[in-house]
Design a protein around this ligand. Structure first.
Ligand code: UP6
Length: 263
C-alpha cells in the first residue's frame, strides 16, 4: 500500500467506512484530518465550516464540548454533507467489551450513531474489539487501534505495537487500520495509517506532544495526517480556512511524491 494510490487501494478494503474514506480522499485530493479540540459549540461549528472544504475527515473529542447537545450533532452531520467529509470520534476506548458496548452506543453522545470511525486502546485485549464490533459493524462503522502514540515516553512501542497489529488481524472486517507514526503490517496487508502529532513550525508542546511535518509522516507511511492546533489555533475563520488549505496541499504533495506521481 505504501506506493499504491488511494483509489487502487479501494479493492483491498471491504469495510464501508474505510471505503468511503478512501473515495473521499481521492475526490477532494485531501489526506488531511483536522482535530477540532475546542470547548464551545459556536467555535466548533465555525472551525468545522472553515476547514470543511479542505478535509477528508473531521476528528472530534465530543466530551470537551461544554454546551454539547443534539443540535450540535445535527449541525455537524449537515456540515459533513455540505463539505463532503467523514467523522472520527477520537474516543480512545479502553475498557472491557461490555462497558465499551454501552459507551459506544448509549449515553448522551451515542457515538456509534454519528461517527464513521472511532478508535480503541488494545490494553484490555481482543474483547474490546468484539464489543465495539457488535455495535459498529451493523452500522457500517470502522475501528482504528492505537498502535503507537505521538507523545514523549509513550509505552505503545515495540512489542506492544506488534501486538496491536496481531489483534487487528483477528478482526479484519471492523478494524481498518491504526493510529501510528509510520506504516505498519506486512507486505500484502493494507491498513489505513492515521498519524497525529503533525504541525509545521513547532517541535512539540509543554506537555509531551511531539510534532513532525506532513512530508515526514507521509513519507513514513501516514495515509491521513491529523492536525489540531496547527490549524485551529490561528484565530479567525479566514486564517483557519487558509491554514487548513496549506496543510491539505502539503499532505497531498507528500502523497504524490510517495507514490511517484510527478507533475
Ligand atoms: N492524539 C495525539 N497523539 C496520539 C493520539 N491522539 O496527539 O498518539 C490526538 C490528541 C489531539 C490530536 O488527542 O486531539 O490528536 C493532536 O492535536 P494537536 O495537533 O493540537 O497536538
Amino acid at each position: 500500500p505504501h506506493s499504491q494510490t488511494y483509489s487502487s487501494r479501494l479493492s483491498n478494503h471491504t469495510n464501508p467506512a474505510a471505503r468511503a474514506l478512501l473515495q473521499c480522499i481521492e475526490r477532494k485530493r485531501s489526506n488531511l484530518c483536522v482535530s477540532v479540540d475546542v470547548s464551545t459549540k459556536a467555535r466548533f461549528l465555525e472551525v468545522v465550516d472553515a476547514v470543511g472544504p479542505s478535509v477528508c475527515l473531521i476528528k472530534t473529542h465530543m466530551d470537551i464540548l461544554e454546551d454539547f447537545d443534539a443540535d450540535l450533532l445535527e449541525q455537524l452531520q449537515a456540515l459533513s454533507k455540505k463539505h463532503d467529509f467523514l467523522i472520527f470520534e477520537d474516543r480512545k476506548f479502553a475498557d472491557i467489551g461490555n462497558t465499551v458496548v454501552l459507551q459506544y452506543s448509549k449515553g448522551t453522545q451515542r457515538i456509534a450513531s454519528w461517527s464513521h470511525l472511532t478508535n480503541a486502546h488494545i490494553v484490555p485485549g481482543p474483547g474490546i474489539i468484539s464489543g465495539l464490533a457488535s455495535v459498529g459493524l451493523p452500522l457500517g462503522r470502522g475501528l482504528l487501534l492505537l498502535a503507537e502514540m505521538s507523545s514523549e515516553g509513550t509505552l505503545a512501542r515495540g512489542e506492544y505495537t506488534d501486538a496491536a497489529v496481531r489483534m487487528a488481524r483477528g478482526a479484519r472486517e471492523f478494524v481498518v487500520g491504526f493510529i501510528a507514526q509510520r506504516r505498519l503490517g506486512e507486505e500484502g496487508e493494507d491498513w489505513l495509517i492515521l498519524t497525529p502529532g503533525v504541525q509545521l513550525g513547532a517541535a512539540g508542546d509543554t506537555m509531551g506532544q511531539q510534532y513532525n511535518t506532513p512530508s515526514k509522516v507521509v513519507g513514513e507511511g501516514a495515509d491521513v495526517i491529523i492536525v489540531g492546533r496547527g490549524v485551529y489555533a490561528k484565530g479567525g475563520k479566514e486564517e483557519v480556512r487558509a491554514e487548513a488549505e496549506r496543510y491539505r496541499r502539503e499532505g497531498w504533495a507528500a502523497y504524490e511524491k510517495r507514490v511517484g506521481i510527478h507533475k
